[in-house]
Ligand binder design. Structure first.
Ligand code: ADP
Length: 454
């Protein structure tokens, strides 16, 4: 049986306390045969990049690589997070393109390839994850690696005219044709990639998923919506009810309804708009004052990038402003918390909530939307208010689908969710949850790997 080699920017080592759903899924996939997980060690070193560390855990090997401060700054903080992340989330206004970070990104990708290639065996299946590593396949091919290589893009694929605004877009996105299979979150993302390839790449897309690059390389592309371990989260949420932090949250609410938002502090998540929409809700439905508390959990992320620092200041201002205008001595409408919680506790919080607010301006998938549904009490499920611009909206039609830019529309959806009868809530939830059970994280990786090895 061939070995599965997963390559991603970060590697979740076995001792990592907060390995997310993706990490668990990857480990399970790598355990089905023998596996190797390769990526950055999380260490920034003073001298040259490239020192390797190896750790074995049963049939699984973790090999990680250090990066120098400069390489890390150019590759990760620079090109990946200040050029590609905004570009791929349709935020041309925030794209900061610099030739030195572009070159650093290529340099680190070439280094990944150079260090990984000698570790590979002839029949290894290689699976590269996400926008940090777009040119890795091409770098591996240049070193003579002829293995099956798949790539999965976890973030959105934007419209071709946006992509084309980035200098060297054709070099970078053309490199995707070095993979045997390129996976996207939704049919829309796939469709936009196919249009881009036709319009700007000089290539062709065929109806059966086959594609051909301008230089005649044949490869395939498909949609593989990522998911969660729905049954596991349902069990975790049920068990979490007795946890002290979940109990304290419940007691603090009294008879009030809880609306919850859970997002990394990132501009793609639409948090300022969500806060403003909640303010519209308070302005337009004064009779509901004192009846709902909005809890936003937003752990700080990418705090070295200036746009993230500005967002943090903006949200602090907005939370203070809304509470200043609307709070009563015994009621704070917005609770804004920058902390991380264990996944178990988080699922308990979801279950406490009658409303899940998931309103990103753009999101590849949004796993929080899926986790919120999986965590609900089947006898009294909460309602999901979901942005049409999250990949998850393509599969979750029974949520209340909103346009996050339409603040009054979001306010209406909050009011509608608040008033929704139990029967309707149950019916919507049952359909959503059953679909999640069928299309869970295991189904996702199997489908991708089957397509890659077919
Ligand atoms: P992204 O990958 O852009 O951060 P997703 O919604 O797809 O967005 O995934 C976010 C993951 O991070 C989810 O699994 C969610 O449970 C987790 N998460 C988000 N906020 C917190 C928090 N405060 N504490 C713990 N986990 C969190």
């Amino acid at each position: 049986m061939s070995r599965l080699v997963v390559v991603s920017n970060r590697v979740a080592l076995p001792a990592e306390p907060r390995a997310g759903g993706l990490a668990v899924a990857m480990r399970a996939a790598m355990r089905e045969s023998e596996g190797l997980w390769f990526g950055w060690s999380g260490k920034r070193v003073r001298d040259a990049s490239g020192a390797l560390h190896t750790l074995r855990d049963g049939s699984l090997t973790y090999t990680t690589m250090d990066l120098s401060h400069e390489d890390f700054d150019h590759y990760y903080n620079g090109f990946a997070n200040r050029t590609l992340w905004p570009l791929l989330h349709f935020r041309l206004d925030l794209v900061d393109y610099r030739r030195d970070t572009y070159e650093g990104y290529y340099r680190v990708n070439a280094l990944f390839a150079e260090k990984l290639a000698p570790l590979l065996r002839e029949d290894d299946i290689i699976w590269v994850q996400d926008y940090h590593l777009i040119p890795l396949g091409q770098s591996l091919r240049a070193l003579g690696v002829g293995n099956r290589i798949g790539f999965f893009l976890h973030v959105p694929m934007p419209s071709s005219d946006l992509l084309a605004a980035m200098p060297n877009h054709d070099v970078l996105f053309g490199a995707l044709s070095s993979y045997d299979l390129v996976g996207f979150q939704t049919e829309r993302d796939l469709d936009r990639f196919q249009s881009y390839t036709r319009l700007y790449g000089g290539g062709r897309a065929f109806a059966d998923g086959r594609m051909r690059s301008a230089d005649g390389r044949e490869f395939r592309a498909g949609a593989f919506p990522i998911s969660i371990d729905a049954n596991l989260i349902a069990r975790q949420a049920e068990a979490a009810v007795t946890r002290a932090s979940v109990r304290r949250l419940r007691e603090s609410l009294g008879s009030r309804v809880l609306a919850i938002g859970v997002d990394r502090l990132d501009y793609s998540k639409g948090l300022p708009d969500r806060f403003r929409a909640f303010e519209h809700f308070l302005d337009r439905f004064p009779e509901l004052h004192g009846q709902m508390t909005f809890l936003q959990l937003a752990p700080v992320s990418r705090s070295e990038v200036p746009e993230y620092q500005a967002l943090r200041r903006e949200l602090e201002g907005l939370a203070g402003h809304i509470n200043g205008r609307h709070a009563a001595p015994d009621w704070t409408p917005v609770r804004y918390v920058n902390r991380d919680f264990s996944h178990g506790v988080l699922t308990g919080f979801y279950r406490q909530a009658q409303l899940g607010l998931v309103t990103p301006l753009r999101d590849g998938m949004n796993l929080v939307a899926k986790e919120f549904i999986a965590a609900q009490d089947p006898h009294d499920p909460g309602v999901l208010v979901l942005s049409r611009f999250a990949g998850a909206a393509a599969e979750m039609h029974e949520a209340l689908i909103v346009n996050p830019y339409d603040l009054d529309g979001v306010a209406d959806a909050i009011a509608r969710a608040h008033a929704m009868p139990l029967e309707e809530r149950k019916e919507r939830w049952r359909t959503l949850f059953r679909r999640l059970q069928r299309h869970d994280i295991t189904a996702w990786r199997r489908k991708f790997l089957e397509a890659l090895t077919a």
